[in-house]
Design a protein around this ligand. Structure first.
Ligand SMILES: [Zn+2]
Length: 133
């Protein structure tokens, strides 16, 4: 897919750390066609981040995305729902077991409704949004 994964901190991380107290290792940064992460990511998470890279486009788009993402919970939710839908589909393409699919759906629904995104929606709504995509 031609996505570059870079194993070092992007300066955006320091802003997120300052704003939300997130730690390196619990956050992945996408910026200008590249993914910044401390360690290798599972395939479905790469697919998730690829959605954000498409949403951002180039360096100017990445900057605008970041500003909107921080300022607007609606924008953050919309961007994340699209990414989580792709991630869930990508997981289900590889893992055919219905039980494991359900466990995975619950896990990412917890993430989407959790403090990582500032509790933008409830668990049930998150699950419904990801599953119905
Ligand atoms: Zn995301």
């Amino acid at each position: 897919m031609g996505i570059k994964i870079v194993y070092k901190k992007h300066w955006i991380y320091y802003i997120l750390h300052w704003l939300y107290g997130v730690e390196w290792g619990s956050v992945v940064i996408t910026w200008n066609g590249k993914i910044y992460t401390p360690s290798p990511l599972p395939w479905h998470l790469v697919e998730h981040e690829a959605v954000h890279l498409k949403q951002q486009g180039g360096i100017f788009g990445s900057f605008c995305f970041f500003v909107k993402y921080v300022l607007s919970s609606k924008f953050r939710l919309d961007s994340e729902v699209k990414a989580y839908r792709v991630q869930y589909k990508s997981f289900c393409q590889v893992v055919k077991d219905r039980n494991r699919q359900g466990i995975f759906l619950n896990k990412i629904s917890e993430d989407l409704s959790g403090k990582m995104y500032n509790n933008i929606i409830g668990f049930g709504e998150a699950r419904e949004l990801i599953h119905s995509g």
